[in-house]
Design a protein. Structure first.
Length: 578
């Protein structure tokens, strides 16, 4: 794991969507109809504005070449089969060539690798680092690398396809059976495409990416992908064959080395929990020999395996989806109260600094959508907690900061509150900030400008205050709920962040109504803060820029000290204690 380097703030963007200014948005529209963003659309101006927002790392999603339904055969790129591609633009996680980039993203297709390299250089020039996806668990059914280095052996080229499992194979097979496209899958709906015929020739069939060892996966499976073999015999009690380094491990090391040497600063590792921990423990140190500062972030949804992936697998950071994200969402939706937040940090004691917090990403529903909060301002308390409760990284998803709701049927992606990552599409509220490539927010409403300003305030505050970036945490909520419950609601949450030189009090309100909170700070907390006698509170940051604080309300009590404060609906306050 990496030594702390200050507060990391990641900005995830779908590269094909970020710079697209086309507003046509025809369901299942072609690249010509709906347009596509390019590497070159992510200009110095765009990157400067992301830096001002508080971003330290940009995660360019969908860079590596994946299956698409756009014809690039004139450039020597094979046409993909519509029956195993989801959406016209395809899933960024159905990798077609680990050593190439998506030709959709290039102005000049033969120069696509250079255009990506220029984006890496531009990002570094603007003092941010570059993350890309590493998709280790599965590849597109039509995987074949035509851009690999001469020294590289292509995946599956030396497999013994007569065997369901062999530790020397790269894939898993269903011997003597042909792959069958799900009978109820209609690629492109009623639209036509040259390779759309209900068939895909694959013999013998390969196991699917979501561990379905059958030649007849369903349309709800990851049927467009095939599972990679890391030496685990899933059909025989998951027996592990790691005595000799499996061939797939070597192939993945080559891929990670290739992108590291191109200046990539880190990898968001897709479905890392579906790949055995010993592989990560083997490969991550090898990549860190090339670049000791490189980051590995694991997408993982099994909380009981967090410590294994951190301390044995050697990941730097893990997704905190199933604990903090889910808890905050339930509070916002009225399905839980703030008492449950205390449960999270107690379960994560000793690893909180390695948890990546977020409120949106490409898999989750937009906070502004009616499927979640409906109003992005309702989520501000959760933003503050995610960014300031511990020292670990924070992530923002492009458009989140202006209230993008992810509305509309895009094609393969239906109207479900998510921005499509399968289709050619424009992202309407985000496009108002892009403002025809000016990246100045010129088309945003006043509320959207205010929302973006709050995000900027919170992210930059979290990055610039040592109490947040490296300080300790003290939960005041439990004390106030048990000893002070009559003056303190379960819609409020508060805590201290502190170093020897800086002490902060953070209070948030998840209620739609104002809350008057009598926040008491016990003697034990003041002892940890190193405050013995007099003290005062100074307001540093809040939702509206104003503060209503009676600083004397609780200071006459002998056993505790604190303050009384009126919190705005969905508001927050941060105080310095001096």
């Amino acid at each position: 794991m990496k030594e702390k380097e200050g507060k990391i703030v990641v900005y995830q963007l779908i590269t094909r969507l970020f710079g697209n200014t086309n507003t046509t948005n025809i369901p299942y529209g072609t690249i010509e109809e709906n347009g596509v963003g390019k590497f070159n659309d992510i200009t110095d101006k765009a990157l400067t504005e992301l830096k001002k927002l508080g971003i330290s790392h940009v995660w360019y999603t969908g860079v590596i070449e994946h299956a698409v339904l756009t014809d690039y055969t004139e450039f020597g790129i094979p046409l993909d089969d519509a029956d195993v591609v989801k959406g016209r633009a395809g899933s960024p996680y159905a990798i077609k060539d680990y050593y190439d980039v998506n030709p959709d993203l290039a102005e000049n297709v033969p120069e696509r690798i250079k255009e990506f390299q220029d984006l890496v250089d531009r990002t570094h020039k603007n003092e941010m680092k570059v993350l890309i996806d590493f998709v280790p668990n599965h590849v597109a059914r039509a995987y074949q690398s035509d851009q690999k280095p001469d020294s590289v052996i292509d995946l599956g080229s030396a497999d013994d396809t007569s065997q369901s499992f062999s530790p020397t194979n790269n894939f898993y097979y269903i011997p003597d059976q042909s792959f069958q496209v799900p009978t109820d899958y209609l690629p492109l709906g009623e639209y036509d495409f040259p390779t759309k015929n209900g068939r895909f020739d694959e013999f013998p069939a390969k196991a699917t990416g979501n561990d379905q060892f059958t030649e007849t996966p369903t349309k709800d499976d990851w049927f467009e992908t095939v599972k990679l073999n890391y030496g685990v015999d899933y059909q025989n009690n998951r027996n592990e064959h790691f005595d000799s380094v499996p061939d797939t491990w070597q192939r993945m090391l080559e891929i990670l080395s290739y992108w590291t040497e191109k200046g990539v600063d880190g990898f968001r590792c897709d479905m890392a929990q579906m790949v055995p921990v010993p592989f990560w423990a083997w490969v991550i140190p090898k990549i860190k020999e090339i670049n000791p500062d490189i980051l590995f972030i694991a997408e993982i949804y099994e909380a009981d395996r967090y410590r294994d992936y951190l301390f044995t697998g050697k990941f730097d950071y893990l997704y905190d989806k199933v604990e903090l994200y889910d808890t905050l969402r339930h509070i916002i939706e009225g399905k839980a109260n703030t008492d449950h937040i205390t449960d999270i940090w107690q379960r994560q004691e000793g690893i909180t600094q390695y948890m990546l917090r977020f409120l949106e990403n490409h898999d989750e529903q937009r906070v502004a959508s009616p499927f979640f909060a409906g109003d992005p301002f309702k989520v501000i308390p959760a933003l503050v907690i995610s960014a300031t409760m511990h020292t670990g990284p924070m992530m923002i998803y492009f458009g989140e900061e202006v209230g993008e709701p992810g509305a509309g049927v895009a094609g393969f992606s239906q109207d479900d509150g998510r921005t499509t990552h399968f289709d050619y599409w424009g992202v309407p509220e985000h496009q108002k900030w892009v403002n025809d490539g000016k990246f100045d927010g010129g088309q945003l409403s006043d509320d959207q400008k205010r929302l973006r300003s709050i995000h900027s305030d919170v992210l930059n505050f979290a990055k610039s205050h040592p109490a947040i970036t490296e300080g300790d945490f003290y939960d005041l909520h439990y004390y106030n709920r048990t000893d002070n419950y009559q003056g303190y609601s379960d819609k409020v949450y508060c805590y201290l962040r502190y170093t020897d030189d800086e002490k902060l009090l953070v209070i948030v309100n998840f209620d739609s109504a104002p809350q008057i909170a009598n926040v008491k700070i016990p003697e034990d907390a003041f002892s940890k803060l190193g405050i013995k006698d007099s003290y005062k509170f100074s307001a540093l940051m809040n939702k509206s820029g104003s503060s209503q604080v009676d600083r004397n309300a609780l200071q006459n009590q002998s056993d505790v000290a604190g303050l009384q404060i009126e919190l705005e609906p969905y508001g927050f306050e941060v105080f310095s204690i001096q």
